[in-house]
Design a protein around this ligand. Structure first.
Ligand code: SAH
Ligand code: SF4
Ligand code: F3S
Length: 453
């Protein structure tokens, strides 16, 4: 057995990075690492980074700057940068910040033990290749520890869409889907370890087209239906979707697959056709709204979430008004909105940029509307019966907190034995960022509490 060392990973960016950080912790377990939740006693620190907006990328350098003191007192400490900034700026990171020992891009995480050994030996280790082999195949040496009730599972990675503002096709590479039986095996294993809810991940998860055990290509709907057959798995979700990859079967699944939760993150970015075209989104505002209508016909209580960019090059007041109009037409239960950030190497970076103050002002107006909608959607839950998957202890003694079907955080008085169970709850109050619920009694099996497998 190698000696035990401590690993601290700080994760930025999207859920795919969260999933990757878990895999990195597991793969480095073989080199003797155990996770720690503070950088202070770590033998290795990894920053798992995000490159999506300028601010996200800059954070990495300021965080590294803060580590100088730590490294000075503990020369054996190894510091690494992983994730999308590593992929985009690998060599530059090494140049700008000499305290960095290793830089590893998202497609090379299975090579971490080897790179760590090289760094331990005193060499600098850089790997930002897109290797031929499938990293997921080599990230399989997992300890069988108990898991939290809700887990992420990456099924697809990369993107071929090339939206004019976005770095993902460059940092994560071309779209790749994992074979369906690998996903099913990993899901079964997660369920064996206590997981009750799985969120399938991909930069364009609904473009999933993995090879099935029958040798045919499976779409995401087929995969979801198979996963729904796993005993003990209570809930399925998926994120993030592109409107153009939402096929008929996936729309139908929202209506006929009870384990698929009534929540969908479906980014539109803008409500102006002119801007959508300039963004290379390849859909219009009307086609998006028509898609939302079809989804809601399949699942009337579907709660929609979205992403928006304001201040994209060329955006006029009229274009922005179209975005507000689309938001009013759709009605979002949840949304993320961003000021356009110029990303070097993307097509929109070379276009005339709009005044940042104007963009800030538009962002504030959009966020006011989205917050109002979010609050209304939350308030509308009061009085309704739903189910909650309890995840952990809540803020107050005797309370648990978990997620509703519509992904709202719900606090309720409940015994700790309900952690990891899907429980019927009546929503009684709406607070700014969460709901309060009352656990409904288990009425002689009429509305049974779903217990773990
Ligand atoms: N694959 C997803 C989104 C991935 S990035 C999709 O196609 O929708 C997550 C979000 O970050 C995007 O939806 C977009 O709203 C935002 N984003 C991406 N690049 C950006 C940029 N250059 N400036 C501001 N926001 C950006
Ligand atoms: Fe980026 Fe567009 Fe691909 Fe989403 S679909 S990851 S926004 S390029
Ligand atoms: Fe960021 Fe990379 Fe995810 S750029 S949003 S961490 S895919």
């Amino acid at each position: 057995m190698p000696e035990t060392k401590k690993l601290f990973i700080k994760t930025y960016g999207c859920q795919m990075n969260v999933y990757d950080s878990e895999r990195m912790t597991e793969v480095l377990g073989a080199s003797g690492y155990v996770a720690t939740d503070t950088p202070d006693d770590a033998d290795m620190i990894l920053l798992n980074t995000c490159h999506i907006r300028e601010k996200a990328a800059e954070k990495v350098y300021s965080e590294l700057g803060r580590m100088k003191g730590l490294k000075a007192t503990r020369p054996d400490l190894k510091i690494g940068v992983t994730g999308c900034v590593a992929q985009a700026e690998g060599a530059e990171i090494m140049r700008r910040q000499p305290l960095v020992d290793l830089v590893v891009g998202p497609q090379s995480y299975h090579r971490l033990p080897e790179l760590e050994a090289r760094a331990r030996g005193g060499a600098k280790a850089l790997d930002t290749e897109f290797p031929e082999e499938d990293k997921f195949e080599h990230l399989a040496a997992r300890p069988k520890a108990r898991r939290a009730p809700s887990a992420f599972l990456t099924v697809q990675e990369g993107c071929d869409k090339f939206c004019a503002f976005c770095v993902v096709p460059y940092t994560r590479g071309a779209e790749v889907s994992r074979p369906a039986d690998r996903v099913l095996d990993e899901a079964r294993e997660l369920v064996d370890r206590g997981v009750r809810e799985i969120t399938l991940l991909g930069q364009n998860v609904n473009a999933y087209h993995g090879v099935g055990p029958d040798g045919r290509e499976w779409g995401l709907a087929r995969l979801i239906r198979e996963l729904a057959g796993i005993d003990g798995l209570a809930r399925l979700r998926f994120t993030t979707s592109h409107p153009n990859d939402m096929d008929d079967d996936l729309i139908a699944a929202h209506g006929d697959c009870p384990k698929l939760m009534p929540y969908l993150h479906l980014p539109v970015q803008s409500g102006s056709d002119r801007i959508l075209k300039a963004m290379n989104r390849r859909h219009t505002a009307d086609s998006y709204v028509a898609l939302v209508d079809r989804l809601r016909a399949a699942r009337p209580d579907l709660l929609l979430s979205g992403d928006f960019i304001v201040g994209f090059p060329g955006e006029t007041e009229a274009d922005f008004a179209d975005t507000l109009a689309l938001v009013r037409r759709v009605g979002y239960g949840q949304a993320y909105s961003f000021k356009y950030s110029t990303r070097p190497g993307t097509p929109a970076a070379d276009r005339p940029q709009i005044d940042p103050d104007l963009a800030s002002e538009r962002l504030a107006r959009l966020q006011a509307l989205l917050t109002e909608q979010q609050r209304a959607a939350q308030d509308a839950m009061v009085g309704r019966e739903t189910t909650v998957l309890f995840e952990k202890a809540g803020r107050l003694p005797g309370q648990l907190v978990g997620k509703s079907e519509h992904l709202h955080a719900v606090h309720a008085d409940a015994p700790g034995s309900l952690i990891g169970q899907v429980v019927p709850v009546r929503i009684v109050e709406s607070a700014p960022n969460s709901l309060r619920g009352q656990v409904l009694p288990d009425e002689a099996g009429a509305r049974p509490i779903v217990s773990p497998a």
